[in-house]
Design a binder for this molecule. Structure first.
Ligand SMILES: [Zn+2]
Length: 251
């Protein structure tokens, strides 16, 4: 409980005292599907479902998990290459999947840099452009570092991104099957349509035996299919940002 309160206080302090303004004034809504960590099932079922509709998503990866001891998160470099070939984006999620609110700032920064260096060795020339905080944990100095290192950083606070937003604490809606009904997910898509918002979904595993942080392929596909049927633009975080910035220049 104390840990939770400390984490909450650090995140609130970071939110109040530091932000990177991003104006989201779109002529139409955008939905992004994102995966954290990311489990093998996200690379397999999640990416397959997105590809079926001609879409790509953003995989925020911790490269310490690659070829690691846990079967469900033991993705390989083949998964990464295949994801990139199918118009997905690789985002940064620290190397060791550490809680940045419980880590010394310099160690946190070194761990984030290690993820980038490891990616360089694997896929030379590829940069992580966007970040998500493991556990949503933020501190003011880490948030400031993320703002300089990345175009955006996604948190875990629920909401739509519209109007004046904080690019270093992007809001999100969980695709956790045990938490939200598909009716609720539909409602969020409708809200994004009404306000021309940028709606960022996030999940972890996409498998029939889903964890409390994940969902089944059928649930995931329902959300993707609904966006497709409504003609909503679905894009990676990086492409969405390009659209947001180009709209800003035109207006
Ligand atoms: Zn994570």
């Amino acid at each position: 409980m104390i840990d939770k309160l400390t984490k909450f206080a650090k995140r609130e302090w970071a939110s109040l005292t530091f932000s990177k303004k991003l104006n989201v004034h779109l002529p139409h809504p955008i939905v992004s599907f994102t995966f954290d960590d990311a489990p093998v099932s996200a690379f397999e079922h999640g990416a397959d479902i997105l590809a079926k509709y001609g879409f790509g998503g953003t995989f925020y990866i911790s490269l310490s998990l690659m070829n690691g001891p846990e079967a469900d998160t033991r993705f390989t470099s083949t998964h990464l290459r295949k994801a990139l070939a199918r118009n997905n984006e690789l985002g940064c999620h620290t190397y060791s999947h550490i809680d940045l609110a419980q880590t010394k700032t310099q160690e946190g920064i070194a761990d984030i840099k290690r993820n980038q260096e490891t990616l360089h060795k694997l896929l030379p020339g590829l940069e992580f452009k966007n970040f998500s905080y493991p556990f949503g944990a933020q501190t003011r100095p880490i948030k400031k570092f993320a703002s300089e290192q990345f175009r955006t950083a996604r948190g875990i606070e629920e909401g739509l991104n519209v109007g004046t937003t904080d690019a270093c604490n992007l809001k999100t809606v969980k695709l956790y099957e045990g938490k939200h009904t598909l009716d609720y997910i539909s409602l969020k898509i409708s809200e994004a349509q009404k306000s021309n918002a940028w709606l960022i979904f996030y999940t972890h595993d996409v498998t029939d035996k889903y964890s409390v942080w994940g969902c089944s392929p059928a649930y995931f596909e329902s959300a993707v299919q609904e966006c497709a049927q409504r003609g909503i633009t679905v894009s990676t975080i990086n492409e969405a940002l390009n659209l947001i910035e180009s709209t800003r220049h035109e207006s």
